[in-house]
Design a protein around this ligand. Sequence first.
Ligand SMILES: Cc1ncc(COP(=O)(O)O)c(C=O)c1O
Length: 385
Amino acid sequence: MIIEDFSTDFGPFHDRTWLNCAHQGPLPKTAAAEALEAVSWKQAPYELTTERFSEIPQRVKQALGRLIGAPAEEIILGNSASYGMHLLANGIPWNAGDEILLVRGDFPSVSLPWIALESRGVTVRHIEPRGPALGVDELRASISPATRVFCTTWVHSFRGHALDLDTFGEVCRSHGVTFVVNTSQGLGARPLDVGVTPVDAITNVGFKWLCGPYGTGFCWMRPDLQESLEYNQAYWLSMLTADDLAKPQHDLSLPTDLGARRYDVFGTANFFNFKPWAASLEYLLDLSIDRVAAHDQSLVSRFIDGIDRNRYEILSPANGPARSTLIMLSHSDPRQNQSVYQALLDAGIYGALRSGSLRIAPHLHNNDADIDRALGVLNAFRGFP
Ligand SMILES: Cc1ncc(COP(=O)(O)O)c(C=O)c1O
């Protein structure tokens, strides 16, 4: 298979190789140009028109709606994955004794907003997975009559395992449990359609596989879930514009039909971030996520096929639908992992060290040469005796 090369749409990387998209995705050049345009608007503030205040968030919502198969009006703009997670944790009307199920070892921002509810009489229970990833039978066995929510990551940040949202979602649905998923390590690298996948809410960062600036993110939830939230948020720009302030009197009654936009993060038009993010999203969508996924998976295959298995163990799934774009590996002597990581850095190659293992996370900006460069260093590594 001949891999397509999109690397010239990104960078410059100054002879470095960025294989850590699970931390930060690079901004495509087209988005960088839009960021500069946003700066020019701020340099000449008459460019910050009322129309642009509504256009920019709307453009991001349109793109995100296309990405996940939801109407743009159902997208809630945030600045992180944590934003949407807090909205849910703080907004769901809890009763004493309600139970939330989490997975032990999940990414902290997935768990902490729920753990913080314990002081309100809500029980938080962690499921301890038997193996590297939670099995659907383990979820089924853990659900009790008190379970209201099950929250997990789609792709595990430290194990690289992708959960099958269909099976987990079906189990939740059949037990009347709200299924909340942090999709941050999957969306952009693999397709997701919330119209067919049985999830109730997703939260996502914008700055990893969606190649947006840091400080971007969003949340989507089923409209009935959104309407059931009890959360005091009444942001003036979700119901008025700066032009309304020119009128002799402005109406301060709270509209009841704001829908999801009621929960948009404050500063919704945040030009420096959302203008380039819109461009990044449109860039990915114009390519199509299926094509992006094929590209990324071909890089993952090249890495897994090329790594010296006598010296390294692949810890994340090496095949099948649970395989993601996060490759976790360990030297056969795990004490060497820190030195391996350093050897990569010394060669200008940026992976990550997570939970004592190495993580390689390639995306659209990478090509075969990047993978070969990393393999060259890894397979030649001799380390300390
Ligand atoms: C699964 C996952 N969720 C969220 C984040 C970041 O969360 P937040 O945007 O809330 O800081 C990360 C990594 O940075 C992650 O791996």
